[in-house]
Design a protein around this ligand. Sequence first.
Ligand code: TMP
Ligand code: ASP
Length: 235
Amino acid sequence: MKTDLIYSGKAKDIYATTDDQQIVAVYKDQATAFNGGKKEEVVGKGRLNNLISSLIFEKMEAAGIATHFIKRLSDTEQLNKKVDIIPLEVVLRNITAGSFSKRFGVEEGIELATPIVEFYYKNDDLDDPFINDEHVAFLDLASAEDLAYIKAETRKINDFLKDLFAQIGLRLVDFKLEFGYDKDGHILLADEFSPDNCRLWDADGNHLDKDVFRRGLGDLTEVYEVVLAKLQEVK
Ligand code: TMP
Ligand code: ASP
């Protein structure tokens, strides 16, 4: 089914398939942080992220959120609709943490009265710079109408996910999404949703996400196993 390798990312390899509207994403056993500045092989991570991401995409689809997900093919492979990725990292924050706390000099853990959506220009050579809607227009990354849709969709996805994680006792602190255009020009949620691209805190303030790797807090696969097991309990 999968044919040529068309893109090799830090966390996934993307293959063409015999259907020109579908791709296979192969999740890798590699963890990176700081734009690849820190990199390690983490055995089992690819499987965990594929299982978590597939489970979340299935739930999103059932809730009426338009995603690129078609089906999970194996432990590490997912079949996705082919999209043209919009080179934007769309970050939503419910609680202060990470680069937000650093940039604005505020402590981590402050609940934001209104979740904040941020945009970063997805460009490794430039280190994914922080940008606003006017930069998006200048760089011609998306129309004003499409950007408004992406922002509204991100808030809708947040409502859904915040509730999903609350059901398993986890606080969804923040997350990063990527969107793409399908062949008809419709915008679909793409990439992945896993503890690699979100922050999850439990009631005791433990980190159940990639900060365990970024900050050297313990064993990454152990906490990802916990997230998977909890998600599998959700009806
Ligand atoms: P930040 O606080 O480092 O800006 O991260 C915000 C959220 O975005 C956090 O959940 C981690 C996620 N993220 C990615 O998925 N990819 C990235 O390259 C970065 C910097 C953050
Ligand atoms: N995604 C980036 C990297 O892989 C940064 C991060 O997630 O912290 O290097």
